[in-house]
Design a protein around this ligand. Structure first.
Ligand code: WQD
Length: 321
């Protein structure tokens, strides 16, 4: 079995490549390096290119004898998707369709798809299960939900099988070199403020949650990678396609995260509480029963391990921090 990992030079993709390699799988990476870094890919063939290029993907699938695809290459910033929706529909929806065209041509029938909790929008439930109706609030979330629909139809029509993996809030790093280089999510944004000698910001302190700040399900990127491995192996064993949340099933508030950042960095994380950020759900925490039962997957790392490893990566890239 040879797995193509699209986006394998990026933050999550590089972790997935590592997990597949460590489990003895053959891997080839396709990445356009728009945000990825080639040095993150070690010991496997790397092809620079876009999934939008059907001809190049067909050639890659043939030359490397690819039997399954883990499709992670995508744009992933909610705010950017509101400002430039066409970019998101092109990269995430057209990109998936182009990839599936090439897969269909070459008889590749197994897909692990990087989906998102953003497909749920503002769910008003304690734990979000995979049957909770999805009303995404952004082109980004829509592009991921459309991707799932496309894959579900490809299963019915062409016999392709897909595992749609809905990531919750991904954080941490397996090694400092594989850390997230983007500063778009809570933990790196807090590190950046602390490094600049500023107080971290909390977007809204009056939510209907125990401490008034938003609650999220943070999950270690190493656990995310293990879930991809389990999904890929299940497809190899003949499992049908499915949709799974990947989270811990445990909520942490913004203040919980700041407390752990304070413990890990030794810095004062007393925040400035500012206006709510538009579109933020008060609480979104995964139900994780389905993935435990379906793939035997349970996340192993806690919030401390996520912040600790994210901080090690941050310090590697910012020696003065
Ligand atoms: C987390 C919480 C903020 C920064 C997004 C996407 C989601 C998924 C993960 C990909 C929120 C608060 C943040 C700060 C703060 N992406 N915050 N101060 O918005 O939960 O999820 O990334 O699939 O689809 O929507 O993540 O890290 O931006 O925010 O108070 O400086 O931290 O308001 O409550 P979010 P986030």
């Amino acid at each position: 079995m040879t797995w193509l990992v699209t986006g394998g030079a990026g933050y999550i993709g590089a972790h997935v490549v590592r997990a597949l390699q460590a489990d003895g799988a053959e891997v080839v990476v396709l990445d356009d390096l728009s945000t990825g870094a080639p040095e993150k890919v070690q010991g496997v063939p790397f092809v620079q290119g876009s999934v939008l290029d059907r001809g190049a993907t067909r050639k890659l699938l043939r030359e490397h004898g690819v039997t399954g695809v883990v499709h992670i290459a995508a744009k992933k910033q909610v705010g950017e998707s509101m400002a430039d929706p066409l970019l998101y529909y092109r990269e995430n929806v057209e990109g998936l369709i182009a990839l599936l065209d090439a897969c269909r041509d070459k008889g590749v029938d197994k897909v692990v798809f990087s989906s998102s909790a953003a497909t749920y929008g503002l769910p008003d439930v304690e734990l979000v299960d995979e049957g909770t109706p999805g009303v995404p609030l952004s082109p980004y979330g829509e592009s991921k939900l459309i991707g799932e629909w496309v894959l579900n139809h490809c299963e019915r029509a062409y016999g392709m099988r897909a595992m749609n993996l809905r990531y919750f809030n991904v954080a941490g790093a397996a090694t400092p070199e594989l850390g997230d280089t983007g500063v778009f999510n809570l933990i790196p944004m807090v590190f950046e403020r602390l490094q600049a000698g500023q107080r971290p910001r909390v977007f809204g302190g009056d939510y209907p949650t125990p401490d008034g700040t938003c609650v999220r399900d943070y999950v270690h990127v190493g656990d995310i990678a293990d879930a991809h491995l389990a999904a890929a192996r299940a497809l190899e064993s003949g499992a049908p396609g499915a949709t799974y949340n990947i989270g811990r099933g445990e909520g942490s508030s913004v203040l919980d995260v700041l407390r752990v950042v304070g413990e890990v960095t030794g810095k004062d994380t007393t925040p400035d509480v500012v206006e709510r950020r538009p579109g933020d759900p008060a609480r979104i925490v995964a139900a994780v029963d389905r993935i435990r039962e379906g793939l035997g997957f349970t996340a192993k790392h806690d919030l401390h391990a996520m912040v600790d490893s994210a901080w090690a990566g941050w310090q590697l890239r910012h020696p003065a921090a």
